[in-house]
Design a protein around this ligand. Structure first.
Ligand code: ADP
Ligand code: MG
Length: 275
């Protein structure tokens, strides 16, 4: 009856908008007691907005946003989209940038004319729990941009339900700074989190736990290696990258975090039947 039950489980998942790439992935999931979440685009919507523009040293808000926007044209990060949208709303002219380099988990830099512009992660103004980037021009700080990204509406309930099902080690792994990570963690009810993680640090945290049934849930922006390394890699489907969709074992086609407790139940029912 094993194969039939596996097929039934996979069909059931499909009717819920969850793509499970094989029965083995559900069997792995049935053993899980830890689940690590990426933050941006996974627990949050991944559609941040610029909520504060804080120029320094006599610069104007327009100076700040247009310099930042210039180098963000070369980045696909959700923060880049937020900064470009804000520059558009303020009708700031965006100068041309070249030699743009993105550094995962840190920011982006490039040349605007003869000036070197950097937009990088910062914890200045972090008290508010906003994601903050600093804009530097030839090493001088021109100010900060603060962004806010809403928690997904189902996050809190999904996390509570997972806890009730015995998934007792739930964490956030994020490249963002502590104030923003802590604020989201408090909001959605997660007590363990790791902030300021570079991609290799995220992988190290996963590697320590792999083999014991670790689930990683990510949106695929920068986290395909983590999706691959975890015992069960679950990707958000709506805006997921092709790489993430290829790499993940399970895809939440509608980004519905509430499908996670459902999957835990389904996997346990299936593995009980097979045994
Ligand atoms: P997460 O792990 O939460 O998904 P990332 O690792 O993608 O976050 O990014 C971590 C941090 O790196 C961001 O909060 C931001 O401070 C900085 N960062 C990354 N990309 C950019 C960018 N294009 N522009 C500005 N800052 C960026
Ligand atoms: Mg992400």
């Amino acid at each position: 009856a094993g194969p039939v039950t596996t097929v039934a489980a996979i069909s059931r998942a499909a009717t819920e908008g969850v793509l499970v790439k094989g029965g083995g992935y559900l069997e792995n999931m049935a053993k899980a007691s830890s689940l690590y979440f990426d933050k941006t685009g996974t627990l949050t919507r991944g559609e941040p907005g610029v909520v504060e523009i804080l120029p320094e040293g006599g610069r104007s808000a327009e100076d700040l946003i247009s310099m930042a926007a210039a180098v963000e044209t070369g980045s696909a990060h959700p923060l880049a989209t937020a900064i470009l949208r804000k520059a558009g709303e303020m009708s700031s002219s965006i100068p041309e940038a070249r030699e743009i380099v993105s550094e995962t988990g840190r920011g982006v830099s490039g040349m605007v004319g003869e000036k070197r512009v950097e937009v990088v992660s910062s914890d200045a103004y972090g008290q508010k729990g906003l994601t903050t980037v600093e804009v530097r021009v030839d090493g001088d700080v021109w100010g900060c941009l603060c962004m806010e990204d809403e928690a997904r509406p189902m996050a809190t309930k999904a996390i509570r339900d997972l806890g009730a099902k015995g998934i007792n080690d739930i964490r956030i792994l994020s490249g963002d700074r502590e104030p923003a990570v802590k604020r989201l963690a408090d909001e959605v009810g997660i007590s363990r989190w790791h902030a300021g993680c570079k991609p290799d640090e995220k992988l190290d945290l996963i590697d320590t736990c792999v083999g014991s049934g670790l689930i990683f849930v990510g949106d695929g922006v920068n986290d395909a290696p983590a999706l691959k390394a975890a015992d069960t890699g679950i990707a958000m489907g709506l805006r997921g990258s092709d790489v993430a969709l290829e790499t993940a074992d399970i895809v939440l086609m509608n980004d519905g975090l509430e499908k996670l407790p459902f999957l835990v139940d389904l996997s346990r029912k299936m593995s009980r039947t097979i045994k």
